[in-house]
Design a protein around this ligand. Structure first.
Ligand code: FES
Length: 126
């Protein structure tokens, strides 16, 4: 993509943006969340399937900027196969690291991913 607007993103971010992993919604998820960034209005719906305290599947449906879409895609990769305990510890910096970095002014866009997993697991028993 030759658009200068995307020049600030590294190839990993661009790949997750253009080919987001695990998109959509799970039918009958174990738990879910819907998070909206109050500043820009970008939204993420996250659905998880949990078995024996392990996240066995995750889907994200994201309406947002390239960084938000890439972040929720990376988040699903971090989640799948992770224990619930480890999933609770996922922070935006983990998502940013998985993406190989985000431009400084787009770091905030990864926060919806962190909030989505926290909210989805908020009522899940430990
Ligand atoms: Fe809204 Fe990126 S501009 S999450």
């Amino acid at each position: 993509m030759g658009n200068a607007a995307f020049a600030e993103y590294n190839p990993t971010v661009m790949d997750h943006f253009l080919n987001p992993r695990n998109t959509g919604e799970l039918k009958e998820p174990t738990c879910s969340s819907f998070v909206e960034n109050p500043v820009c209005g970008d939204m993420v719906k996250l659905t998880l399937r949990i078995q024996d305290q392990v996240v066995v599947d995750a889907r994200a449906k994201t309406f947002g900027c390239a960084a938000a879409i890439a972040s929720s895609s990376a988040l699903t990769e971090l989640l799948i196969g992770s224990s619930v305990e480890r999933a609770r510890g996922i922070r935006d910096r983990d998502v940013v690291n998985r993406l190989g970095g985000l431009p400084a002014h787009k770091i905030k866009c990864s926060l919806v991913a962190e909030q989505a997993v926290a909210q989805a697991l908020a009522n899940y028993p430990t």
